[in-house]
Design a protein around this ligand. Structure first.
Ligand code: SF4
Length: 121
């Protein structure tokens, strides 16, 4: 439904934006582990019926203050030691200013390389 009505999609987790992109880019090239997990929970509308819907294991974080670590780390299949001590800032993946192109807040990359320190949020 979102893909049919929106131009851009902003994905939030733990009270912060973790990924933002034009709708086709986000659905075709999700970069944040939470976005990727969310997209796996969408039931297929065509083809064979799945026996069970996918779930994201674990519980949402307790939001009692600004997180010092990544709020998704307890549920993340790609968590790194850095994720325990540093909440990642959003960074643009395409050279555009944050909020205009595709940006993501994560230390991990599906391309295999961890990302350098963000220059801005
Ligand atoms: S920063 Fe670390 S824990 Fe958080 S989503 Fe990315 S890889 Fe997972």
């Amino acid at each position: 439904m979102i893909a049919g009505i929106a131009d851009r999609v902003m994905v939030m987790y733990g009270g912060q934006v973790v990924e933002q992109a034009p709708v086709e880019e986000l659905f075709g090239n999700p970069r944040h582990p939470y976005t990727r997990a969310l997209l796996r929970t969408i039931p297929a509308l065509t083809g064979a019926r799945e026996p069970r819907l996918q779930v994201i294991n674990g519980q949402p974080p307790i939001l009692s203050g600004p997180p010092q670590a990544c709020p998704f780390r307890a549920r993340c299949a790609h968590a790194l030691p850095r994720c325990e001590v540093e909440n990642p800032l959003r960074r643009a993946l395409d050279g555009a200013p944050v909020g205009h192109g595709h940006d993501v807040a994560c230390h991990w990359s599906p391309d295999g390389a961890t990302l350098p320190e963000a220059a801005h949020a």
